[in-house]
Design a protein around this ligand. Structure first.
Ligand code: DHB
Ligand code: MG
Length: 217
């Protein structure tokens, strides 16, 4: 590793995690209930949750749109960073996942700050007005990341944040033959994001890699 960067090891990850906001009981219970109900065990990690909260607070975000609710875990992290009157609208295709998330978010401290929107990410994003949103968090279908990005850059205000999960392609970024069928789509998206003139962005190595971009102009 060159002198301008420290190679992050598991020990560093643990060190960071031990000094960052922790998952509270509601988030933990939500995960445990999701597991029992057969929802895929996919969660952002706590340092990602904390970092999303810090970014949203720093941006003064009130209107957040998430693509891919799953169990509602990341939506709850984000909703907690919003002021009174702010909201996360989170888009989910699966009725089972949407219903679970609605139940758990509705019973949370952030119940008035989250709404689940049912449908395909691209379809629902297209219904939202231009320059009406402070931040988007893109997850869900990796082959659609390019469309999610284009729609994000339309609905975001200048200076708004576009946040994208899984930049490290489920840990398979450097595999010769990635086994995850979505890995190639993520890798292609990363090149697109890096070359996108409408945002300044960087990959932050929390969790499976988080793109953080700011909409320019
Ligand atoms: C996986 C993780 C994710 O964050 C995601 O969005 C999709 C899949 C995974 O680990 O398989
Ligand atoms: Mg993800």
């Amino acid at each position: 590793m060159s002198a301008d960067a420290t190679l992050v090891t598991e020990r560093h990850v643990r060190y960071v995690r031990d000094r960052t906001t922790r998952e509270d009981a509601h988030l933990r219970l939500l995960r445990e209930a999701a597991l029992r109900e057969g929802i895929p065990p996919i969660w952002i990690c706590p340092e990602q949750g904390a970092f999303l909260q810090i970014l949203l607070r720093a941006a003064g975000a009130r209107e957040v749109v998430e693509v891919g609710t799953l169990a509602g875990y990341s939506a709850l992290w984000m909703a907690r960073a919003l002021p009174h009157g702010g909201r996360v609208r989170t888009i989910e295709l699966s009725e089972k996942h949407a219903a679970f998330a609605e139940r758990w978010l509705g019973a949370s401290d952030a119940a008035t700050r989250v709404e689940v929107l049912r449908g395909r990410g691209a379809d629902v994003l297209r219904t939202l007005p231009d320059a009406s949103v402070d931040a988007t968090f893109l997850d869900a279908d990796k082959a659609s990341y390019g469309i999610y990005l284009d729609e994000s850059l339309r609905i975001l205000r200048p200076g708004g944040l576009v946040l994208v999960d899984n930049a490290f392609a489920f840990g398979q970024l450097f595999d010769e033959r990635p086994t995850d069928r979505e890995a190639p789509a993520v890798i292609a998206f990363n090149e697109r994001m890096a070359a996108e003139p409408r945002v300044q962005s960087v990959i932050v190595p929390f969790g499976d890699g988080l793109w953080v971009g700011v909409k320019l102009r």
